[in-house]
Each structure stands twice: as structure tokens, then as C-alpha cells.
Design a protein around this ligand. Structure first.
Ligand code: ADP
Length: 282
């Protein structure tokens, strides 16, 4: 790898995209589900790209934030969508009053700086977009910037992390094997009840008793997956419910707003979930 010189780094930081890289000063709190911290750390130390799989709101982004903080590296997060082009990741020439100037995209910026680059919901991006990450994920660790005529060598600290939700996958939105087999993969899921209650309490300060009951409601909703519910209640929604309870909202009201209504529009299903809420109520 070509060493990244100070001037290369300062050139990257002098462009406005520098604000994309977030340096985390305070520790983002993360409660492990299993041995994912050891696995992630080992992958980072070995310079291997990481794929996080798991349902929405189960802690994937929080894990990445926590690991970026642990590693002492800046974090660049990109929420992927189907309109995203390779140029959105790599960079483009911009026209301004003084002429044209190059602006690094988030991926190029992270590769230059030695940041963690997190491509959230990567399956949303089209295959011709995701292909730009290929050379960064193997021994080349480089990013071809064709329009600029540069082959960017990634900084040794650069780490690529992608995430997706396997539950949402359909054939048109699946990572190609040639892409996915470039990553080590961590399977995350909603944690066991005790861990999830500890997350809800630890994140919000809600008492253990109510946190445990919120988790029971979520677990009941997850059993309805496929029976009208596309996805059960996430840990994120439990955190929301806890925050509403701590604002003083009554149990039924907090659970309806934060748990039931976000996951379903169907009156019958909502009523079934509300029955569970009331059965576990105060
Ligand atoms: P994802 O990226 O999987 O959609 P997030 O990482 O954004 O989900 O998690 C959603 C929220 O749930 C977080 O903001 C945090 O409040 C909480 N959370 C989930 N899992 C954990 C965990 N293991 N430790 C701490 N907080 C968690």
C-alpha cells in the first residue's frame, strides 16, 4: 500500500465533505448479545470488511458506532437507497464560481482518512453501485476513481462495514454472491429477553420490571411475523416506549403510540397487540 501522506489527508479534510466524517468523543453505549465485539475487533485488526445482518432496530448501527469509538477512528455513515450512484459514493467534479473542483464522496473520504465507512441497508443500492466497493474489499484495498483519474489506496485504518436486513430480502434486492463473499458476516438478531430488557433499562433508565414487560410485548409481536405483520417490534421501538413512559404517559398510551401503531395499520392486528399490552399492563 502506498503510504498516505499528510498532504493527501489534509487535501481530503479541506473539502466540505469533511463534515461527513464523524468523530465520536463519548462512548456510544452498546450491550453485546454474544461475542460480536471480539469478532468485530478481530476482523478490524485483520483488515477484513464486515457485514452485519439482522432485523431493523436490533443494534447494528449502534454496534458500528461503538466499534468506531473503540478503534478511535472517525465514522462515515451512508444510508443507501436505490437512486444512489457510484459517483455518490466515490465523488464528482463540482462546478462553482472558480471553475470545477473535485469533491470526494463518502467512501473515498473514509478510505483516505482511515475511517470506518458504514453502508447502511446496502441491498437498497443497485448492483452497479455496490460494485465500486469490490477493489476496496480485497488485497488491493484501492478505490478506482475513473472520472478523476486516480487509483486511491486506502489508508491502513480504513474499514468497510455494510448492513442489511435479511428478512426484507427478495430476489431483486439480494446482494450478489460475488459481493457478499467479500465480507466476514455477523448475524445479529433481537437479543434474548434478559439482554433486551437490560438494553432498554440501560439506554433509558426505565425500571427493570417495566422493561421486562415491554420485551414480552415485543416477543409476542415477533411471533406474529408472517401472520399479517411484516416485522415484529424492534428494540428501537421498546426504547421509544420506555422514553414515553418516563415522560409520564400511561402504560396503554405509551405502548399504543410507540409499539402498536408503528408496526401495523390493521385494526384487528392492532387490537390483538393492544390486548397483549393490557394483559401485561400496570
Ligand atoms: P439497526 O441499525 O439495527 O436498525 P440501531 O443500532 O439503530 O438498529 O438500534 C436502534 C436502537 O436500539 C439504538 O438507538 C439503541 O437505543 C437500541 N439498541 C439496540 N441494540 C442495542 C444494544 N445492543 N446496546 C445498546 N442499545 C441498543
Amino acid at each position: 500500500n502506498a503510504p498516505v501522506t499528510d498532504s493527501a489527508v489534509s487535501a481530503a479534510t479541506s473539502v466540505p465533505t469533511a463534515s461527513l466524517a464523524q468523530r465520536l468523543d463519548a462512548e456510544p453505549w452498546y450491550r453485546p448479545q454474544g461475542d460480536e465485539l471480539a469478532q468485530f475487533s478481530a476482523a478490524a485488526a485483520a483488515g477484513l470488511p464486515v457485514m452485519l445482518k439482522g432485523p431493523t432496530g436490533c443494534g447494528k448501527s449502534r454496534l458500528v458506532e461503538h466499534m468506531a469509538w473503540r478503534l478511535g477512528r472517525p465514522l462515515v455513515t451512508v444510508a443507501c437507497n436505490e437512486d444512489m450512484t457510484a459517483a455518490d459514493l466515490v465523488g464528482r467534479f463540482l462546478l462553482d464560481a472558480t471553475g470545477t473542483r473535485w469533491q470526494d464522496g463518502p467512501l473515498a473520504q473514509a478510505a483516505r482518512l482511515g475511517a470506518v465507512c458504514y453502508l447502511d441497508e446496502v441491498v437498497e443500492a443497485r448492483a452497479d453501485t455496490t460494485v465500486v466497493i469490490h477493489a476496496l474489499t480485497d488485497h488491493r484495498r484501492s478505490l478506482p476513481m475513473d472520472k478523476k483519474g486516480e487509483l486511491l489506496q486506502a489508508h491502513p485504518d480504513f474499514l468497510l462495514v455494510i448492513s442489511f436486513n435479511p428478512g426484507y430480502q427478495n430476489l431483486s434486492k439480494e446482494l450478489k454472491p460475488s459481493t457478499r463473499q467479500r465480507f466476514v458476516a455477523l448475524d445479529l438478531d433481537y437479543p434474548d429477553a434478559a439482554t433486551e430488557a437490560a438494553i432498554v433499562s440501560g439506554e433509558t433508565g426505565l425500571d427493570a420490571d417495566r422493561a421486562a414487560r415491554l420485551v414480552q410485548i415485543a416477543q409476542a409481536s415477533r411471533r406474529l411475523r408472517g401472520q399479517g405483520l411484516r416485522e415484529g417490534m424492534s428494540t428501537r421501538l421498546l426504547v421509544y416506549a420506555a422514553r414515553l413512559l418516563l415522560q409520564g404517559l400511561p402504560w396503554a398510551s405509551a405502548c399504543r403510540t410507540a409499539l402498536v401503531q408503528p408496526v401495523s395499520d390493521d385494526a384487528t392486528l392492532q387490537q390483538a397487540l393492544l390486548d397483549t399490552v393490557m394483559a401485561l399492563g400496570e
